[in-house]
Design a protein around this ligand. Sequence first.
Ligand SMILES: C[S@@+](CC[C@H](N)C(=O)[O-])C[C@H]1O[C@@H](n2cnc3c(N)ncnc32)[C@H](O)[C@@H]1O
Length: 227
Amino acid sequence: MALGKKKLIRFKENCNFSCLHQLNAKEILKSPHPFRGSWSAKQFGNQQGLVLELGCGRGEYTLGLARLCPEKNFIGCDIKGSRLFFGAKQVEEAGIKNAAFVRGAIDLIDRVFADEVDEIWITFPDPYPEKPRKRLTSPVFLNKYLKALKPSGVISLKTDDYGLFRFTGWLARENGLKIIKSCENVYQQTEIATEETIETTYEQKFIAAGKAIHLLKFILDREIKPL
Ligand SMILES: C[S@@+](CC[C@H](N)C(=O)[O-])C[C@H]1O[C@@H](n2cnc3c(N)ncnc32)[C@H](O)[C@@H]1O
């Protein structure tokens, strides 16, 4: 079957997944998402802590974390419905109760979540070597995440791109943020947390190409100065 046709079938199936929320950007800009501030109660029917994965692609990290930590809720966000389809299908078929997905631009995140997120994972984002302002860890994005996070929420970045890893660490230090972990090679640690070993589609490709995987974790508790 042609790829275009496969994608159309996935888009159609996406409409039937109760775990997948598809944002209408115009509507969200007019009025915030109805679940904003109470996703755990409204989506999952509980008061568990909430963790996001941004640019989640097929959602491997979201699903891996959800399986590891049933006592928390996990939401993966991405603009590409054809990728989210794979994660959402698994949630529906395996009956995973603590994972969901949002399709839409991460730029809208502060219209969708408010003061309710414990941790945000950013997994293998595009590094934009020539355009630092477009990076998902640039000040404009971090200041949006700040609104979605609870006080002293955590940002966790996993990347193969050393430039992005260094840039994000520099930005955190420049703004006086507390760095919890800065690791140049996740798989060369003497002790590795299970949650750090979940592999995404992109990560598998980078590992196969012999690239080191970097991890940075810091507390985002204040506004970040513009570049
Ligand atoms: C390099 S891929 C990584 C996907 C996945 N995290 C992985 O590791 O396999 C980057 C992902 O971020 C998503 N993305 C990039 N910018 C975005 C934005 N502004 N809003 C929503 N999704 C975005 C893309 O659609 C893509 O799926």
